[in-house]
Structure formats: structure tokens, C-alpha cells
Design a binder for this molecule. Structure first.
Ligand code: ATP
Length: 135
């Protein structure tokens, strides 16, 4: 069993899709290990997206992710990291994510792609420390 860090980003919260995302996580057989609604401060967002520092979309991304409440979760289960990425679908909700995935069913734009999920065991460990330092 492993853990992954999931975010329902501010667009997902704004659109009322928190329950939808959690329902899909639970139906898949994954467990919720932590869950919190909060508005991220700039330092947290910059740490989370450090790998994108310097890219054209970095400032917009940090503005967006700090622009309203999000839901941070730790999700646990067998192959939780790839399993949640499968539920999320590809980064671009139209060009990459397929119907049946969260992004494929509900997203239109790359920036507003509703959810984040850690992409590796190393990322998961790093990101869980950022969002849930006491876990
Ligand atoms: P996440 O890290 O949020 O799960 P991801 O791993 O699918 O997404 P990354 O390539 O790590 O995608 O990009 C991180 C986030 O940055 C994306 O989810 C998206 O919100 C935003 N993003 C990525 N590329 C672009 C772009 N070209 N324009 C605007 N925003 C982008």
C-alpha cells in the first residue's frame, strides 16, 4: 500500500466537484487518510510547484492555486499513485484526458484541470510533507 497527495484545485471547489472527486476515489477502492479545505499561501504553492519555477505558466499557476479554497487529501491504497492519476486523466482535459476520467469528464482548459495527483513515490513523499507536515 502507498500514499499519494491529491488536490481538488480551486476550480474544482468553485464548481462544486469535491464530492464527485471523493466519490470516484472511494469507488476505486482507495482510502482517505487526510482531508482539509484550505486556501494555500504563496509559499506553500511555490514549494508544491517548484519544478515549474521559470516556466511561462508558473506565475499564473501560483496565482490560480492560491486564488481560492482547495481541498488537499492524502489518499492511500494499493498502487494509489498511478491509480489516482488514472482517475484524473491526462494534464490537458481535452487533448489528453479521456471521457470517464475526472479531467476528461469535467475539464476544458489545461490550467483549470480540477485536480492534482503526485506523479511518483518521491513526489508523493515531498508533497505530503508540504501539505500535511504532521502526518
Ligand atoms: P498536476 O501536477 O497538477 O497533477 P500534471 O502532473 O498533470 O498536473 P504538470 O505538467 O505537472 O501536470 O503541470 C502542473 C499543472 O500546471 C497542471 O496540472 C496545470 O494546472 C498547469 N499547467 C501545465 N501546463 C500548463 C500550460 N501549458 N498552461 C497553463 N497551465 C499549465
Amino acid at each position: 500500500s502507498e500514499r499519494t497527495l491529491v488536490l481538488v484545485k480551486p476550480d474544482g471547489v468553485e464548481r462544486g466537484l469535491v464530492g464527485e472527486v471523493i466519490a470516484r476515489i472511494e469507488r476505486k477502492g482507495l482510502k482517505l487518510a487526510a482531508l482539509e479545505l484550505r486556501t494555500a499561501d504563496r509559499a506553500t504553492a511555490e514549494q508544491h510547484y517548484a519544478e515549474h519555477d521559470g516556466k511561462s505558466f508558473y506565475n499564473d499557476l501560483v496565482d490560480f492555486i492560491t486564488g481560492g479554497p482547495l481541498v488537499a487529501l492524502v489518499v492511500e491504497g494499493v498502487r494509489a499513485i498511478p491509480a489516482f492519476r488514472q482517475l484524473a486523466g491526462g494534464t490537458d482535459p481535452v487533448e489528453k484526458a479521456t471521457p470517464g476520467t475526472i479531467r476528461g469528464d469535467f475539464g476544458l482548459e489545461v490550467q483549470y484541470n480540477l485536480v492534482h495527483g503526485s506523479d511518483s513515490a518521491e513526489s508523493a513523499e515531498r508533497e505530503i510533507k508540504i501539505w500535511f507536515p504532521n502526518l
